[in-house]
Design a protein around this ligand. Structure first.
Ligand code: ZN
Length: 278
């Protein structure tokens, strides 16, 4: 299993340049790049600078985060998503980063699960229609909030299965999995090839439906049954990568290097119980 750093973990005070330098130093194999940090970086760097960094570095880009709220959009909102998709495909081509996280919409109103599925399958197919011929894969990330239109693993997997394209898979985020009570039996039935990205984290002990991103904790420090998730991933044959992704304001205020180091240590401790860490 390769250990990856998701830039949300240092969202408030760091930059892409700093994350890259410190993640390389900490020995991460992979990084997930945030769209907002990428745009900031490009204010005083070029895509060629970024490509040059990766060409000589041990750390590699794995995915971009994220195209948000892809469903139930008006024309203007959807066009912005497509513009961002084109932008990420252009950058991704040059730095060899070929996965993009896509996120469903919140507070969509009074739709049934069947209607949500229909709209989400439509949007994923439409975006994949651009991404796929360019060699990009879309990783659909359900969010474990009660008001997110797709908020459990089972619901998200069902949608991705209906899309039925090699270029569309799922993000399994332990926090989102736990937060709305996703079922381990659903993960047991999943095809490991459909899990494009694995986000690892932990959570404070709040009831179902009450957890928010700021309640995330370092892997191993909370109540998520990471043993169940990791042992199931091992059983179904997933062995690709684990990306530490926190959104905890307290950690954002830490020294950036310390947060990046601790994220790697905590992730390795938990993951190495079940997998060989590369
Ligand atoms: Zn995530």
């Amino acid at each position: 299993m390769k250990i990856c750093f998701n830039e949300a973990t240092t969202m408030k005070n760091s930059t892409l340049e700093k994350d890259l330098e410190l993640c390389e130093k900490a020995g991460y194999e992979l990084i997930e790049i945030r769209l907002d940090k990428l745009r900031d970086y490009l204010k005083d760097h070029t895509v060629d600078d970024l490509a040059a960094f990766f060409a000589k570095s041990g750390i590699k880009p794995y995915a971009f985060n994220a195209l948000e709220f892809i469903t139930f959009r008006d024309e203007k909102g959807y066009n912005e998503i497509k513009e961002n998709l084109k932008f990420l495909c252009d950058v991704g081509d040059k730095i060899n980063c070929k996965k993009i996280v896509v996120v469903p919409t919140f507070d969509v109103g009074n739709y049934t699960k069947a209607q949500i599925k229909e709209e989400t399958v439509r949007a994923l197919n439409d975006l994949a229609g651009y991404a796929e011929p360019h060699g990009f894969k879309l990783a659909f990330e359900f969010v474990g909030y009660p008001n997110c239109s797709v908020n459990t693993f089972g619901q998200a997997y069902n949608i991705v299965k209906a899309v039925n394209r090699d270029s569309v898979g799922i993000v399994l985020d332990c926090f989102h999995f736990h937060a709305m009570g996703s079922r381990i039996e659903d993960l047991e039935k999943a095809d490991p090839k459909k899990i494009f990205i694995f986000h690892i984290d932990d959570a404070e002990d709040l009831p179902i439906g009450a957890l928010r991103d700021n309640n995330r904790l370092w892997p191993g420090e909370g109540v998520i049954d990471l043993d169940a998730i990791l042992s199931t991933l091992k059983k179904i044959g997933y062995n690709e990568m684990a990306s530490v992704e926190l959104f905890r304001p307290e950690y954002w205020d830490w020294d950036i290097e310390k947060a990046i180091m601790v994220g790697k240590e905590k992730t390795e401790q938990v993951v190495s119980k079940y997998f060989e860490v590369e």
